[in-house]
Design a binder for this molecule. Sequence first.
Ligand code: PHE
Length: 450
Amino acid sequence: MAKRGKWKSTLGFVLAAAGSAVGLGNIWRFPYVTGKNGGAVFLFFYILSVLFLGLVVMYAELSLGRATQKNPVGAFEKIKPSSPWKAVGFLGIFTGVGILSYYSVIAGWTLYYFYISSLGKFSGNLTQAQIDEIFSAFVSNPFLTISLLLVFIFLTSFIVSKGVSSGIERWTGILMPLLFLILLILSIYSLTLPGASEGLKFYLKPDFSKVNLKMILSAVGQAFFSLSLGMGAMITYGSYLSREDNLFSSGIEVVAFDTLVAFLAGIIIFPTVFTYGLSPQAGVPLVFKTLPFTFSRLPLGRLFGPLFFFLLAIAALTSTISLVEVATSYLVDERRIPRPRAAFLVGAVAFLLGIPSALSTSPGLFSRFAFGKSFLDLMDYLWANLSLPLGALLLSIFVGYVWGAEKAAVEIRFRKDRKFPGEDLWIYDIKYFVPLVLAVILLFAAFGSS
Ligand code: PHE
């Protein structure tokens, strides 16, 4: 059997894991779900979810991956052979392909926006009507949206087919900090806009009368989505780690970086929304309808626009790579399918499943598919808000009780004879808090009325 891949260094791993975490989830999805769910109060629950659920589950996934050195299905199988637990691994694989299918549609949009901003389409103080028109003309062109979906998935499968190479490890290390720098510059610009204080009020001053269960479920779902948790991506990435890598500090770094990027995206978007009288509730198109305002007015916007969309496409790519990698690692490890064939097979399935999502923005069957939602919205809700918390719930029970939280904790320790900071809290959290909170939220989501 071919040797399994390994990260070249802990830093390489942190960058790859951060590459998986930081993506459209931070810059496209986070602002739009925050806007839809009342702003600051959502942010409040989002941060709680990251700290008390996300970080905890992050360690659970990484330790399970490193301890077993396996793909998600193989990892459950190794700890508890011939048991139904490996179904959780399969759930993760399906969820990964499900997310990949519509995520790549939006990723295709970033390619288009990169292209038109390079052509200078956003220069010269565009009005809202003009910006809306550019957006609608593009998304209602099925030939374009489907072709871009295909291009993006092909690119992802191609890279995964080569093995997550040192090329990707190296390039994310350069491009991610650059993306961060651009976000900082855009945030500063945003804060000088006339609507900044109103935007910040919406984003940072919580109105607790707006709390409801659906919003909390979205916050939890967003936290898992953004951190790439609940579907085995971090089990898989953890499995390429070696004993010498410091799990504890890497976990914190990935979570902190991811959260900071999402937070900055909000700082950029909401002042813009309030300055130009847009609606924070715009949903899926939010980012694509607000950022062009910034680029058409910002000094050097002609340069920042294309650069921003280019980096966003790269950030999306490092995330789709991890989505494809989960199913691929299973097919390679357990089914002995050669890596290139496995990677393209996964891509092909995601592409077919992605077509209705790519058609969701054109008038027709998929634009109002069911429950008043488009196919894309429905996929997003199903996989991100339901499937990821469900996967995380089952994983926490598995790590807490079947494998044993104490054993997992030893795996997280850097020195085996010394507890890691907060170890007792972590054990308590993964055994009781995470499963309880997730079970309650999911039950209400399944049977509750709202
Ligand atoms: N975390 C990625 C993002 O925020 C999306 C993702 C989800 C990637 C789940 C892998 C697994 O864009």
